[in-house]
Design a protein around this ligand. Structure first.
Ligand code: SAH
Ligand code: SF4
Ligand code: F3S
Length: 522
């Protein structure tokens, strides 16, 4: 839409940029749906937008710096006369608080991740140019949810936001074959380095029926793959409301003052565990071809979960379960709540119950007081676990965390850099072996996109110059797999489907193979 049409029709054009994890990606999707329904338009051009929204991440300093430099640039444009509303959403304003509005006067409003239901009003006021106080331009949770952990997700306005997307097919782009569904908000673990418990609040579990209904709706509007989201997703546990009926018998409470029949309660009416939830989604929503979940916490994996994954063919044999460190001393300082031995015991259990499971993780290098010995212990752990990949981060001291108050960030930069590079090299060697083991095997690939064209610089090692169209997708175990197709039409037909591919070659981050020609569209 051109600027003049936009102005005459009064439609405000929003540019929304998202940083951070899948939770933020999902929040941005919800925000876009919510604001589109109110008549705002979304376009990809920051330079011409009437409103610029940043959905921010605070997990490392680098993530914050990126967005703050954007805010700085926009501040200059605003001072030079550009009329633009700037709003900051997500974890950064929640961490920093309303003083952010003083530091960056170009910001019109800020909104934490747990307050997104207030966004339309705040945006509306900003667009109208209302002169409001800093408090009126801030929607932040503070530590409210920590004080009222009894708050049930079902009573929460955010619950409506999650559900609205699923129930509004108009807003689902048909190309989205892969969807996120939140099952838990917040985190109660308080790892000493981490801002998330402060920015996302107390752990709250969503009611299983709402989750299942959302999955059902998403499938009806075209989703093939669903990824369940939670900071410690496998810690999911929903305690159902129980009432006592007139005869003194315990019965399920199905609404305020409403109770169900007086049959004796079975265990599933009292508590839905993560294993129960996975099984229910798998069985009750057969249209979900692939069910995934991130991120798992090593301590909370009972065999019940692993057995459900083994027994349900459409639940992916993939676990993202960060170890963070291979040194017991560092794990203790991180308050991770497990030892290396316990982590390895879990990995062994997982591999015994689900033999072809692929495991990914995260590692932090350079945690305060970390020594060469601790770093070597992390390398040992990586060798033993044989991760398909690890995301490796430099430790970043975060305001408001225990670690920044208690420990000096005393690991020399040079050591951090050397360890990080060595861990990446080791990880790549192991990933190479993990991928090589698939050569000659047939794998199911969920087709996601055309292969990126750039080979060397994009980190994709095996885009071969065959002059053909190449598709890229993922196996159940989350390995990237590319293969050639004959025509654009074929590429379009295959996009978003699951096809069989015979793997012919591999590299540390990639499988390549040949499409099994008599593929069946499922
Ligand atoms: N809830 C997830 C991860 C959330 S944050 C979990 O517990 O596994 C994603 C990753 O960022 C973490 O796994 C950790 O490796 C990294 N991270 C978090 N805080 C960090 C910090 N202060 N410095 C460096 N990396 C950090
Ligand atoms: Fe952060 Fe630890 Fe919670 Fe993960 S489990 S979000 S690392 S506090
Ligand atoms: Fe970042 Fe917040 Fe996610 S800090 S990693 S966007 S929970």
């Amino acid at each position: 839409m051109t600027n003049s049409i936009k102005q005459s029709s009064g439609i405000k054009n929003i540019y929304l940029e998202t940083f951070g994890c899948q939770m933020n990606e999902l929040d941005s999707e919800l925000v876009q749906d919510q604001l589109s329904a109110l008549g705002y338009a979304f376009e990809g051009d920051r330079a011409s937008a009437d409103v610029v929204l940043f959905n921010t991440c605070s997990v490392r300093e680098q993530a914050e710096n990126k967005v703050l430099s954007r805010i700085g640039e926009l501040g200059i444009e605003k001072r030079e006369g550009r009329e633009v509303v700037i709003g900051m959403l997500g974890c950064l304003p929640e961490r920093e608080g309303k003083k952010l509005l003083g530091t960056y006067p170009q910001l019109d409003f800020i909104c934490g991740p747990s307050e997104l239901d207030h966004l339309p009003t705040m945006l509306h006021n900003a667009v109208l140019g209302e002169r409001l106080s800093a408090s009126e331009r801030s929607a932040l949770q503070g530590n409210r949810s920590r004080r009222s952990t009894a708050l049930s997700a079902a009573d929460d306005n955010l619950e409506l936001l999650d559900l609205a997307r699923a129930f509004n097919p108009d807003h689902r782009r048909s190309s989205d074959k892969s969807a996120y569904v939140r099952i838990t908000r917040g985190c109660n673990k308080f790892c000493t380095y981490c801002v998330v418990p402060n920015t996302r609040g107390a752990e709250v579990h969503r009611p299983p029926d709402a989750i299942i209904e959302e999955c059902r709706q998403l499938v009806q509007t075209g989703a093939v793959e669903i990824t369940l989201l939670g900071q410690t997703v496998n810690h999911y546990r929903y305690t159902h409301d129980i009432a006592v009926n007139d005869e003194g018998i315990e019965v399920p409470q199905i609404g305020p003052g409403l109770t169900a029949f007086s049959k004796p309660l079975d265990e599933s009416q009292r508590i839905t565990t993560f294993a129960n939830l996975l099984k229910r989604i798998h069985d009750e929503v057969p249209g979900v071809q692939r069910l995934r979940f991130v991120t798992s916490y090593p301590k909370d994996f009972g065999n019940d979960i692993l057995e459900v994954i083994r027994d349900c063919p459409r639940i992916c044999n993939y676990l993202h379960v960060p170890a963070q460190s291979g040194s017991n001393r560092i794990l203790k300082l991180m308050n991770r709540g497990y030892t290396v031995e316990e982590y390895l015991e879990f990995i062994e259990r997982a591999r015994t119950i689900i033999p072809d499971v692929e495991i990914a993780g995260d590692i932090i290098v350079g945690f305060p007081t970390e020594t060469e010995e601790d770093y070597k212990a992390t390398c040992d752990l990586i060798r033993k676990v044989r991760f398909k990949n690890n995301f490796v981060f430099h430790y970043s001291p975060r305001p408001g965390t225990v670690a920044i108050d208690r420990f000096e960030d005393n690991v020399p930069r040079e050591d951090k850099r050397r360890w990080l590079n060595a861990i990446l090299a080791l990880g790549s060697e192991i990933s190479g072996d993990v991928h090589k083991a698939y050569e000659g095997c047939k794998v199911g690939v969920f087709v996601e996109r055309l292969s990126p064209k750039m080979t060397k610089n994009s980190g994709v090692e095996l885009m071969w110059d065959s002059g053909k169209i190449q598709l890229s997708g993922r196996t159940q175990g989350d390995l990237i797999c590319v293969f050639d197709v004959d025509s654009e039409e074929m590429a379009n037909n295959l996009m978003g489907t699951i096809v069989d591919v015979v793997v012919t070659d591999s590299a540390p981050l990639l499988l390549q193979g040949n499409l099994v020609r008599d593929y069946v569209e499922r």
